[in-house]
Design a protein around this ligand. Sequence first.
Ligand code: FES
Length: 168
Amino acid sequence: MPKTLKPETVDAIKTLAKRFPQPAGALLTSLRMAEREIGFVDAEVCGLVAECLGMPPAHVWGVFTFYTTFRKETDGKHVLWVCSTLPCALRGSERLYDYLSEKLGIKKDETTKDGLFTLKKAECIGACGTAPCMQVNDDYYENLTPEIIDQVIDDLRANQVPARHVTV
Ligand code: FES
């Protein structure tokens, strides 16, 4: 069945686009709006956004594929982004990434068999002062330790929002 965006999302994207000299100014935010509604972004979703903005689908696809942080259809319910940039790396993020990888039994960009977790490496997520950091969907977990990772994974498996987080 072809994907569609809700009329209110289409309206919101078109309204947003009017605030920019060029519709491309609204592209990233529009892709995020579509991602939140559909659950992921793919070529078809790019096409829907392109139609809303009156832009060539290839242009939208080019921007989408440049950024790595959009959810993919194959991603699990919770996407775990472990920061691997220098400040986090100096504070042990690689070790924590390996811990998480072993704990979940998956490697980079893989999803657990139950579809709950996808593991990814991120470039700086802008919380270097509280490195090492991990982003899970829209939530940040900072000053990360194996104990915090255990708590986050346990809480998410129990379908609970982990207590220690900062929402972005
Ligand atoms: S380097 Fe990890 S948040 Fe900036």
